[in-house]
Design a protein around this ligand. Structure first.
Ligand code: ATP
Length: 370
């Protein structure tokens, strides 16, 4: 007998070695992912990286060329889309313009075996969940974009899917509404406990919305982790560069002592101290990466090991913070984000154009990449 993992320890969604080829082109390449019950999981990547194709395979709109997909322990191979416990919410929402909000939501239950009373009760419950009860008799063109998104969500959740797939759920909304809607979406997910899988190319959206993120590139999953793990501990240059802003430096490992590594960085004109990563040893080439907000900037030389001198090359003021482009002795320019920066003429700024400045960073803030 094959050993079968008990249901309660098996992942809720399992994508096992899934590859999708269109002719000779590989859109999704050997992807293996486990998704937990009740989590918001994001597939994040640039255009054409294969995230939508992966979502469509979960929905049953595409068949994997290789590999298998399990939902709640059930192998989905050969299960048609309409028989899967999955619902997909499209970017365009695909609402029926001639139907009221209520009818649009009820449409999601068309194929469900339930009495009229049960159907009515479910629709009412869904409209309450998305706080649209008072708009139930309006048509889609009589409500706002954000409200339309909630109608689509109510319709998608009405069937109580085990997995809700959301393709760029906030893309149709303007920036302000998007921020608000993110929190609404999280709240609704929390209330229903439905597992959400979100496709997005927007890293901030993925960071805010999801419990875990899979970063994809050219059909492959590059890294899976919580937003903090992905941001603070990227394990490749691709992931480090894709999420947030960062500057890379070529270096060489000088020594490793416990969890601290001394790195020789020619652009810094000497050695700096960084949090070591497993498996590195003296003499090897390494990339050191720094995020703008992890670097302190000042006029005087700071105490501590990681002090670098430079000149302010450019400066931008954003209100709550300022971005400095600091030119190092080597000519390399490093971005530094400093809170409480002051505007030109107000005289309280950390530094001005052409000023000599000192930069410093905590060893734990330096990201090492092999
Ligand atoms: P976007 O954000 O632009 O939608 P994506 O990451 O969702 O990008 P996919 O739509 O999954 O990307 O497409 C991945 C690759 O597979 C693309 O190069 C695309 O052209 C190709 N592709 C997708 N569907 C098909 C198809 N039916 N036939 C041939 N190639 C396809």
């Amino acid at each position: 007998l094959d050993a079968v993992a008990p249901q309660d320890v098996a992942p809720f969604i399992r994508i096992e070695g899934v590859t999708k080829r269109f002719g000779t082109f590989t859109a999704v390449s050997s992807v293996t992912l486990d998704i937990k019950k009740g989590e918001i999981f994001a597939l994040l990547g640039g255009s054409g990286c294969g995230k939508t194709t992966l979502l469509r395979m979960l929905a049953g709109f595409e068949t994997p060329t290789e590999g298998r997909i399990f939902i709640d322990g059930q192998d989905m191979t050969g299960v048609p889309a309409y028989e899967r416990p999955v619902h997909m919410m499209f970017q365009s929402y695909a609402l029926f313009p001639h139907m009221t909000v209520e009818k649009n939501v009820a449409y999601g239950l068309k194929h469900e075996r339930m009495t009229d009373a049960e159907r009515k009760a479910r629709v009412r419950e869904m409209l309450e969940l998305v706080q649209l009860t008072q708009f139930s008799h309006r048509k889609p063109h009589q409500i706002s974009g954000g409200q339309r998104q909630r109608v689509a969500l109510a319709r998608a959740l009405a069937r109580q899917p085990k997995l809700l797939l959301l393709d760029e759920p906030l893309a149709a909304l303007d920036k302000k509404l998007r921020e608000h809607t993110q929190f609404e979406l999280m709240d609704i997910q929390d209330k229903t406990g439905t597992t959400f899988m979100v496709v997005t190319h927007d890293q901030e959206e993925a960071m805010i919305l999801s419990n875990r993120i899979a970063v994809m590139d050219k059909g492959e999953v590059k890294q899976v982790g919580t937003p903090t793990e992905i941001y603070e501990y990227p394990d490749s240059r691709f992931v480090a560069g894709f999420i947030g802003s960062i500057t890379f430096f070529d270096g060489k490992v000088a020594s490793v002592t416990g969890d601290t590594a001394m790195i020789e960085v020619p652009d810094f004109g000497g050695q700096v101290s960084a949090r070591a990563i497993p498996g590195i040893s003296a003499g090897q080439d390494i990339t050191l990466a720094l995020r703008p907000e992890k670097i302190a900037i000042g006029r005087t030389k700071p105490e501590g090991p990681n002090a670098i001198e430079g000149t302010v090359d450019d400066l931008g003021y954003f209100g709550k913070d300022s971005l400095y482009k600091v030119k190092l002795g080597s000519g390399k320019v490093l971005s530094v984000l400093s809170v409480n920066g002051r505007r030109v003429g107000e005289g309280e700024r950390v530094a001005d154009w052409e000023d000599r400045v000192w930069l410093s960073f905590d060893p734990g803030a330096a990201i090492l990449l092999t």
